[in-house]
Design a protein around this ligand. Structure first.
Ligand SMILES: Cc1cc2nc3c(=O)[nH]c(=O)nc-3n(C[C@H](O)[C@H](O)[C@H](O)COP(=O)(O)OP(=O)(O)OC[C@H]3O[C@@H](n4cnc5c(N)ncnc54)[C@H](O)[C@@H]3O)c2cc1C
Ligand code: SF4
Length: 497
């Protein structure tokens, strides 16, 4: 039977499930497709388009070098090139590794092709959807911490005689240092665009399709060799001090000690287990600090797998959930970065220039603002999906709808991640150069994060009082007079207008 393999843009590794079905490269035909109609669904970051398309083209070259016959199409949709390729090559069965994103599975299911389509289980995660569901079955709460411990035991990572190395599962308390004094942050590892990437940059710059962000400089890696270099650089240079300042934010420091691995791992250029094992090996060989190594491994073995597991576990209406009934439109400055709020301005302009911001910038500034301002979770999710180089449906729904906006009513977060300027001032240097005063709650110069925060707590007091960990904070509202709360509310309404 003549077999074809369609490789999707986020499945770029030689051991992906569909390629593994083939013993001899000359037995199969392979196709990769860049589709314009697909990228019209969102205003994607220009650098995301360059990153994915250049990585696909490099992967196609790698496959050709391995002896595969590869067709590479740049077209409007997926249906037409697939149909002609299947007919021309008399393909009887099309093998596809299942996409991670549910909407794309729908696209595949709606294809009309003159051959059988065989969907193979996706092998880019450590837990399959079925394994995650078995873990989740009959549990009252799907706690990340429980899931992570299970993963450590299952894969024997940072374990010693069935116990966690260092006697504790979690060293997070050591990982929240504020950025005081001079921090000697390591330079990130970037790359010069090669000829293939430069061609894609020209193509993207000439697109007549709404996009977002800039390509002043494109510096991301675009193949497995680059991705392995970033991993090695992270393990050697950044991992030793990754932990302590994991939550800190500093003006002009785009990446701090963060790994910058998510773009590569999310399209298959790196595999989760090789990353985890590299970090664990460095711990043993170089006697690295456990808070750094454990803190990092928890991100990949814990959070990443957990978010993916939850995405496939929840009901189909999860993306529409809106527990707080927030319906305000996304402010225009999310697209332009033009706001007097310095924290937002700094982070939004970095995202426009790179497609990247680190976890705390995403969660405690961008998302926090959306939450306390009452922005529609769906509009915010749409923006995040457009703006980030590492964004996909599977990682967006759980991180924005669930963790960031608490729109699922607490399925995955134990309390809403809402914070006032206090937190941002403690964990960053942004407030020093801001038009607003982080210490003021009301008045012309009051920081919007303050009055929005108190107004958020007051508006949702009835819902929040049942979230055990919120009661202590809510008690502060009782110390405010009704007049003060009303002034706060007015100011919150005005800034959103
Ligand atoms: C609102 C919001 C939106 C996010 N959007 C994305 C996204 O579009 N794509 C994405 O990959 N991650 C997303 N994350 C998770 C996390 O912020 C990024 O994975 C991380 O910032 C990527 O940078 P890094 O590789 O330098 O991270 P580091 O912190 O240095 O490395 C940790 C690694 O762990 C993984 N990881 C950690 N937390 C998560 C998580 N919550 N979900 C998934 N993977 C995780 C990533 O692979 C990451 O590379 C989001 C988090 C929030 C709160
Ligand atoms: S004062 Fe408020 S708006 Fe300005 S940087 Fe600080 S938290 Fe952000």
């Amino acid at each position: 039977m003549k077999t074809g393999i369609w490789i999707l843009g986020d499945q770029l590794h030689l051991k992906q499930a569909a390629l593994q079905t083939c013993n001899n490269p000359s037995d199969v035909e392979i196709i990769l497709i860049e589709s314009y109609s697909h990228i019209k669904q969102l205003r994607y970051h220009k650098q995301k388009l360059v990153f994915i398309w250049s990585s696909m083209r490099h992967f196609a070259e790698e496959l050709r070098q391995q002896g595969y016959s590869v067709t590479y199409e740049i077209t409007e949709d997926f249906q037409h090139p697939l149909e002609s390729w299947v007919k021309e090559n008399q393909i009887e069965q099309l093998q596809i590794m299942s996409p991670n994103d549910k909407p794309f599975l729908n696209t595949i299911e709606n294809l009309k092709l003159p051959c059988d389509i065989n969907l193979l289980p996706n092998n880019q995660f450590l837990w399959s959807s079925e394994e995650f569901s078995q873990w989740a079955e009959n549990r009252k709460r799907l706690l990340m911490e429980d899931f992570y411990r299970e993963g450590r035991k299952r894969l024997d990572i940072l374990m010693e005689s069935n116990k966690p190395i260092g006697g504790k599962w979690n060293f997070d308390k050591e990982n929240r240092k504020p950025p005081k004094g001079t921090l000697n942050t390591p330079e990130p590892l970037w790359f010069e665009p090669d000829n293939i990437t430069q061609e894609v940059i020209q193509q993207v710059n000439s697109l007549d399709i709404p996009t977002y962000g800039e390509i002043k400089e494109f510096r991301w890696g675009v193949n497995r060799t680059n991705a392995l270099e970033v991993l090695k650089y992270f393990i050697d240079i950044r991992l030793p001090d990754f932990g302590s300042y994991q939550d800190a934010m500093v003006t002009g420091e785009e990446t701090m000690w963060h790994a910058m691995l998510s773009p590569y791992i999310n399209i298959g250029l790196l595999q989760p287990l090789e990353i985890i094992q590299a970090a664990e090996a460095a711990y043993h060989e170089n006697q690295l600090a456990l808070n750094s190594v454990e803190g990092f491994i928890r991100q990949v073995l814990g959070w990443r797998e957990y978010m993916h597991g939850i995405y496939h576990h929840v009901d189909a209406d999860y993306p529409q959930q809106n527990w707080f009934e927030h319906n305000k439109p996304l402010p225009e400055f999310f697209w332009t970065g033009e706001t007097k709020m310095n924290c937002l301005h700094q982070i939004l302009t970095t995202v426009m220039d790179t497609g990247y911001a680190h976890h705390i910038q995403r969660l405690m500034v961008l998302n926090n603002f959306g939450l306390i301002a009452g922005i529609s979770p769906q509009e915010l999710e749409n923006w995040f999906h457009s703006a980030f180089i590492d964004a996909y449906d599977w990682v967006m729904q759980t991180n924005v709808i669930g963790m960031g906006q608490y729109a699922d009513g607490g399925l995955l977060a134990s309390k809403p991640y809402a914070a006032s300027a206090n937190y941002i001032n403690k964990m960053s240097d942004y407030c020093k150069n801001c038009f607003y005063k982080n210490s003021k709650r009301i008045g012309e110069e009051a920081c919007p994060f303050n009055f929005l925060y108190w107004d958020f707590l007051n508006r949702h007091r009835d819902k929040l009082k049942f979230q055990g960990r919120m009661n202590f904070i809510l008690r502060n509202l009782d110390k405010m007079s009704p007049e003060e709360l009303e002034t706060i509310h007015q100011q919150a309404e005005e800034i959103i207008e």
